[in-house]
Design a protein around this ligand. Sequence first.
Ligand code: IMP
Ligand code: MG
Length: 173
Amino acid sequence: MITGKPFLTTEQLRDKVVELAETISRDYAGREVLAIGILKGAFVFFADIIRALKITVTVDFIVASSYIKTSSTGETKIYYDARENIAGRDVLLIDDIIDTGISLNHIREKILSMGPASLKVCVLLDKKERRIVDVPVDYIGFQIPNNFVVGYGLDYENKYRNLPYIATFKKET
Ligand code: IMP
Ligand code: MG
């Protein structure tokens, strides 16, 4: 069940997306970026942020999963891989949330092994206290406490992804 008022409102999310996109556009000025969204969770954030970027963007996706219900399995399964050439490209990985860091680390290492010109990581949410693997993250939207959140692409059992805001989720007992 979803508790109380939104944890992050539609407006807060919109403002943060614009702020992040401005920084990224400045950092990559004059360059072309290959933005890779990590599905499913990142699809809403990804769609919003790429439309706010003022640089040339190519898009691709990776479908990965490590979660069952509300806890990480510690294993990252990749169901669909990026099809764009990675070698020599300026790659920006975009994810919804970094929690233990296991899945982003796995994906990051895999992309690095393909020889990109550069690789940066952008996440909307960071649950820092949960980190198990130290992953360098270049752009962070919000640092959040260790609560399970849903909405704006994030799910519980593949539900609530369509909420236009982010809410705290508590399992009914
Ligand atoms: P990590 O490998 O533990 O960092 O897991 C990251 C992935 O777990 C994210 O991309 C999300 O798909 C999922 N995840 C972690 N925390 C939450 C949460 O609070 N709500 C929904 N999904 C989450
Ligand atoms: Mg995810």
